[in-house]
Design a protein around this ligand. Structure first.
Ligand code: C2O
Ligand code: CU
Length: 493
């Protein structure tokens, strides 16, 4: 095989056994999560749905004839079951830990209020559970839930703790986008295996674990049978350290055009046409692609990442294959895309920079403004008053690494990027909660620090960097602290 088991010249650290079943196994689709029951909350006069998830070990036979990989996942699968939620319907999810390690669950993309945000030190140990409350009050978007336990996030996420959480709303439903079997969640992951078939552990890594085996929804290099029509694909990069630059290519290596329609924070203002998609760790980008011209042919999803860290390499140039059939069984959601998708609630513009944060390696540690998360007395680096609109400048301090920066609680708009790349066309139409600082890049983001007060994290989403403490906190301070009366606890962002 040309694309499995190849190492960077002179570096056999990244060598997994050669995978011989490229495009031979079908893409798994994680099952939907069923609620246990609903109950009536007489304080809010609303129904709340109650769910239970069990974190437990399981095995996955990745290599025929070798040992299975030992994994730990939500409900014993990875990706975990998909939560399919409706805006306005709150949920309580109980996560029961039947794994060995401490866990903390973060619903990435939700403005969950502390203490339901997955704070890294708020761990649930073996045989304990924690109930998380999710407001589901945001506009339709693709979220994901994943582990966030202090110093074990990389291991826990990589060994299986990640899943989709898809929020729908009536406004998006009206657009008649491809739905049901034509709406596919695609969780990318890059992993490395030991020669005996077990999963290589990132536990001792201190820089990055790129992984040379590309998984989609848990299956290395799968295929998916599709109809010759439009599909909505929800991409999520769950990798620890690998970012992707995706292209769809026909058998003659011609790139198919597609439309980017949504980001971390839901629909863009309008569809943005592209023939490549850059997606770094924890980002979500959704596209609509039309296979109608490719009846009876294969379309390959490829990776040509070239803007990540210089230490990255591209042995892994294939991701999955779409096997296009000859007949369309339903034309629902197969019409032209609307010219406008939604009024994205961008924050009002302002000038200047409110705060600057530098992400860099110093003295063998990963730091934000010279501070690590372990430095408990100094790690709160910002105190925005609740409701404030702030511009944060995020700088990659150099050294050849890239840092996908995630800010909890808020959605931000990317207003500038200096360095290798401009703000990408589809980024311009989007709100985001993660942005990649490529090597030597500086990015400015604007956000409203709402709706809640409390202490939240922001960090690099290269999970090795995060675990080695490239994480800090901000404290959204109550208006009352600034001499204003506390009229409402909730400011819709
Ligand atoms: Cu997806 Cu703080 O994480
Ligand atoms: Cu980083």
């Amino acid at each position: 095989s040309l694309f499995a088991g190849q190492a960077l010249a002179g570096d056999d650290k990244w060598l997994s056994p050669v995978y011989k079943e490229i495009f031979q196994n079908e893409l798994p689709i994680p099952p939907p999560k069923d609620k246990k029951y609903s109950y009536y909350n007489s304080t809010t006069n609303r129904y709340i749905d109650y769910y239970e998830v069990e974190i437990k070990p399981f095995e996955q036979q990745v290599y025929k004839g070798l040992k299975p990989a030992q994994l730990v996942g939500y409900d014993g699968i990875s990706p975990g079951p998909t939560f399919v939620m409706e805006k306005g319907r709150e949920a309580i999810v109980r996560f029961v830990n039947h794994g060995e390690k401490d866990i903390s669950v973060h619903l990435h993309g939700s403005y969950s209020r502390a203490p339901f945000d997955g704070w890294a030190e708020d761990v649930t140990s073996k045989n304990q559970y924690k109930d998380y409350y999710y407001p589901n009050h945001q506009a339709a978007r693709t979220l994901w839930y994943h582990d966030h336990a202090i110093h074990h996030t990389a291991e826990n996420a990589y060994f299986g703790m990640a899943g989709f959480y898809i929020l729908h709303d009536a406004e998006e439903d009206k657009l008649n986008l491809p739905a049901g079997p034509y709406d596919l969640p695609l969780a990318l992951a890059a992993k490395q295996y030991n020669s005996d078939g077990t999963l290589f552990s990132p536990a001792d890594e201190t820089v990055s674990l790129y992984g040379d085996v590309i998984h989609v929804n848990g299956q290395p290099w799968p295929y998916k049978k599709v109809e010759p029509r439009k599909y909505r694909l929800r991409f999520l990069d769950t990798s620890i350290s690998r970012a992707f630059k995706l292209t769809f290519e026909d058998s003659k290596s011609k790139k198919l055009p597609f439309n980017v329609i949504a980001s971390d924070a839901g629909l863009l203002t309008k569809p943005v046409q592209s023939d490549n998609l850059e997606i770094s760790m924890a980002e979500r980008w959704e596209v609509v692609i039309d296979f109608s011209q490719y009846k009876g042919q294969n379309v390959t999803l490829k990776n040509a990442r070239d803007v990540q860290a210089d230490e990255d390499y591209n042995s892994t140039d294939k991701v999955m294959q779409f096997v296009v059939g000859n007949t369309v069984s339903s034309d629902a959601g197969n019409g032209n895309l609307p010219g406008a998708l939604r009024n994205v609630p961008f924050p009002p513009t302002k000038s200047g920079v409110d705060r600057k944060f530098k992400f860099e390696r110093q003295g063998g540690e990963w730091k934000v403004n010279g501070v690590t998360f372990a430095d408990v007395n100094n790690r709160i680096l910002a105190k925005p008053p609740r409701g404030a609109i702030e511009i944060w400048e995020l700088e990659n301090g150099g050294g050849g690494w890239s840092h996908p920066v995630h800010i909890h609680l808020v959605d931000f708009q990317i207003i500038s990027r200096t360095g290798k790349r401009p703000v990408l066309n589809y980024e311009k139409e989007a709100l985001k909660d993660v942005v990649l600082l490529g090597t030597s890049e500086t990015v400015r983001v604007i956000a409203r620090y709402a709706p809640w007060d409390g202490v939240y994290m922001f960090h690099c989403h290269n999970l090795i960097h995060e675990d080695h403490d490239m994480m800090a906190a901000f404290n959204v301070t109550s208006l009352a602290d600034f001499g204003y009366p506390e009229t409402t606890k909730f400011i819709d962002p």
